[in-house]
Design a protein around this ligand. Structure first.
Ligand code: FES
Ligand code: MG
Length: 587
């Protein structure tokens, strides 16, 4: 029996194993270590297979309900291959799946929960380093927030985008074309048969949304932060390069453990600024604002809305990817992917090239030789999609703590606009009444949705792209000014002012707006004003009553007691604050 005697003469831990965190579990002379070794034999491993080797936790967000991550069960095997090759000991941990398409009310409610699970799994088990696998929207920030708090060596493996969509000779983008064709159905331009065909063509393979939605925005941000293998973010989920990248990540994390290169070494202020510049150059999702601020909070890096606005004034949009542009992630990959885009940004002085990444001593070294193969998809600096980044931070009496708009996806005529408000107190009421002509909505109206913020939503659902009434769509109206304390899907578009803070639920000025009030949006001046005088607003405030708490118990209660507002990243205050957490292995 290979198990009975083998390993008898194996030293309990190689000398260098003693430096490993997992040595606390495996290496002591006490009964606990005896038990851990016995139980690892129970798992089917000989001591010489694992003792003294870095234990690499592979945190896998695979689930049957998550189409974006359906390949990750199999892909974890490639990561393990790499870990073994480099002399590590891989152990896969299933962690929560945040499926953007299925989870209600919104996976945003659970981002912090996955971040907690990530942090506590890494802390409470004999883990020396981690590979984080995910990509569907909130998964990326959640895993990185938890890893930043646990602060072990870690590499992020992005799930990768799905292949392009197809329908009757047209290329389809996930999200974006779903909204577009649904509107066409509502306007009577396509019927049930077309809709059924579209259902088959919109999402053809495993992988995350292949537009520049929140998923590709955040995995690209992770690559820009320097915590993925070079070029990882744009590799299509089902491309064989994805397996090779996964194995390389497994090999690399073992080396990071030996070098004691914890994730905090890479997640610096400079790295976060570069992630913002990257998101802007990609014309990425507005959700990145909330997520990057929350991630930076876990890294103890001060980062705020003003950093986004400042960088947005100088960083050009270079990626011609939907919803802001024409192409999809698959095209972006063939065009050179993130390395191509980052090289361009670096040339223009928009990046900090001397900072380290998990794969190279400097970002400069990582980007050396990176090429752009298609100048239509990744534009040259002198022919950008837009000269300024796709984001503006607005302030004013309606948003004292800020609001954001992705103005490249809005019709330019609306960027300076004054119109009468049509107010909806919640999403259900809005859905039930928006198409009623009696509301008197015109193309100049400003649609206002409240009760959709971090607490009011709850979880800031992606309601921010309020639907244009059917009868206006039929007249050919395709964009209107819309305001909310909600978020918007990265695949959405339009003149939508989002993340208004403080939200209405906690008594932000949005709670005081009444139908008929004039509202002025001026993106150039970065202002959002409610044209109602202060005395009247004070009167309305005196009448305002806080809504009762929604949750009496459970995770929802924890959430409502600790969630912060959009401008500070919607983390739980007890997770983002300073404070020591002891290591658990004593005894
Ligand atoms: Fe998962 Fe879009 S639904 S990335
Ligand atoms: Mg999304």
């Amino acid at each position: 029996d290979a198990g009975k005697d083998a390993g008898k003469d194996t030293p309990r831990n190689a000398a260098d194993g003693r430096r490993l965190r997992s040595h606390q579990w495996y290496g002591s002379e006490g009964v606990r270590s005896f038990s851990h070794r016995a139980r690892t034999r129970q798992l089917g491993y000989l001591p010489e297979e694992h003792l003294g080797k870095p234990v690499i936790a592979i945190l896998n967000t695979w689930s049957d309900i998550n189409p974006c991550h359906q390949h990750l069960r199999e892909r974890a095997e490639a990561v393990k291959r790499g870990v073994w090759q480099a002399g590590g000991f891989p152990l896969e941990f299933p962690v929560a799946t945040l499926s953007e398409t299925f989870q209600k009310p919104t996976p945003m409610l659970y981002r912090n929960l996955l971040s907690m699970e990530t942090e506590e799994v890494l802390r409470s088990y004999p883990v020396d380093g981690a590979v984080l696998m995910g990509g569907c929207d909130k998964t990326t920030p959640a895993l990185l927030m938890g890893a930043a708090s646990a602060d072990l060596p870690a590499v992020f493996v992005p799930a990768g985008p799905m292949l392009r969509g197809h329908w009757r000779g047209e290329t389809l983008g996930s999200g974006t074309d779903m909204w577009k064709y649904w509107d066409q159905k509502r306007a009577g331009r396509i019927g049930d048969r077309e809709l059924a065909e579209l259902e088959c063509g919109l999402a053809r393979s495993a992988g995350t949304c292949m537009t520049m939605g929140t998923a590709s925005t955040m995995t690209s941000a992770a690559e820009a932060l320097g915590v993925t293998m070079p070029g990882a973010a744009a590799i299509p989920a089902v491309d064989s390069a994805h397996s090779r990248m996964a194995a390389a990540a497994g090999r690399r994390v073992v080396e990071l453990v030996h070098a004691d290169a914890r994730i905090s070494r890479f997640l610096t202020r400079e790295a976060y600024e570069d992630a913002i510049a990257t998101v802007l150059a990609l014309g990425g999702s507005t959700n990145a604002v909330i997520h990057l601020i929350a991630m930076a909070g876990r890294s103890r890096v001060p980062l705020g809305l003003d950093d986004f606005d400042r960088l947005a004034r100088t960083v050009p949009v270079l990626a011609d990817v939907r919803p802001g542009g024409r192409y999809l992630m698959e095209d972006f990959y063939y065009a050179g992917g993130l390395p191509g885009l980052l090289a361009r940004l670096g040339e223009a002085g928009h990046l900090h090239l001397e900072r380290p990444t998990v794969a190279h001593d400097t970002l400069r070294e990582q980007l050396a030789g990176a090429l752009v193969h298609d100048e239509e998809v990744i534009r040259p600096l002198d022919k950008p999609v837009a000269g300024q980044g796709g984001l503006a931070v607005l302030r004013g009496n309606l948003a004292p703590d800020g609001a954001v708009i992705k103005h490249i996806s809005a019709e330019p005529r609306l960027l300076t606009h004054t119109g009468p408000a049509v107010v909806f107190d919640d999403y259900r009421t809005m859905q039930a009444t928006i198409n009623d002509p009696a509301l008197g909505v015109t193309a100049d109206s400003v649609l206002v949705l409240r009760g959709a913020g971090p607490l009011g939503g709850p979880g800031m659902p992606e309601y921010g792209m309020l639907p244009i009434p059917d009868y206006l769509l039929k007249e050919g109206v395709t964009d209107m000014v819309r305001l909310s304390d909600a978020r918007m899907s990265g695949t959405s578009y339009g003149a939508c002012v989002l993340h208004i803070a403080p939200e209405s639920h906690v008594g932000g000025p949005l709670a005081l707006v009444r139908t008929g009030d004039l509202i002025t949006l001026d993106v150039e001046a970065r202002t959002l004003r409610l044209e109602v005088d202060d005395a009247e607003l004070a009167r309305r405030r005196a009448e305002w009553q806080a809504p009762p708490p929604r949750y009496g118990r459970g995770f929802g209660a924890l959430y409502q007691e600790h969630i912060t507002q959009a401008d500070t990243g919607c983390d739980f205050a007890f997770l983002s604050r300073e404070g020591e957490v002891p290591e658990p292995y004593a005894g």
